[in-house]
Design a protein around this ligand. Sequence first.
Ligand code: ATP
Length: 248
Amino acid sequence: MIKLHNVSKSFSQFQAVCSVSLSIHKGEIHGIIGASGAGKSTLLRLMNLLESPDSGKVEINGQTLTSLPGKDLRQARKSIGMIFQHFNLVANKTVFENVMVSLKLANYPKNKRKGRVMECLQFVGLESFKDKYPAQLSGGQKQRVAIARALANSPQVLLCDEPTSSLDPNTTAEILSVLKDINRLGVTIVIVSHEMDVIKSICNRVTVMADGEVYDTVSIEPTGIGSAKNTPANFVEQLTKIGGTGHA
Ligand SMILES: Nc1ncnc2c1ncn2[C@@H]1O[C@H](COP(=O)(O)OP(=O)(O)OP(=O)(O)O)[C@@H](O)[C@H]1O
């Protein structure tokens, strides 16, 4: 589904991602974990070319994103949604308008836009909040709007950058449950998180990063939302000890 081949990215002299090769399987929920500064967010942003790699190749669904001209890249990006830790909503637009932006940018058929926005808001349980502004919403509600916006163009992949790191445990569980529902629709999910319990509760496979490199990728049995309670101090070490189904 997503294939990275020897992908590298530097900022000035600093190499944030060093020759990473990784395959994300269709339909899985794939976690990326590692210490602060390990390169997790950069790696995620390389998957949709929000960061362009210095070298290497990024493939999605057999399409090599790194060799597509601008117009084709914009088209290919419609199949990749993304959500962020701080939601990135437009403050002076309503919930409805925030989701609409995504359809306008993708040139979605005009006569179907309103219906599609409402469908997406319904999916995340926020149709009655459509005329509110982001400042009138809780963190969890803001993330739901961001999810609705990311889903508007029916992506095949959803990239999630620390989607629950600003949320309390109950709201985290609610958002993870929405992500699980999205995955059941067939959407492949990649989730960057430093929260071990988040990774353990929903991911099928996990990639551990350290110093810009992939330390390991392991399969795990998701424990279920809300059931994993530990947040170990040394999560990289802990993760490699998870008694899952072994190397992937
Ligand atoms: N746009 C940028 N300009 C300069 N340096 C950057 C940029 N983006 C990331 N970096 C650096 O690259 C390294 C990896 O950053 P990245 O955000 O990918 O790590 P991370 O594992 O997601 O960390 P965290 O968990 O703290 O968010 C860091 O040292 C960071 O300072």
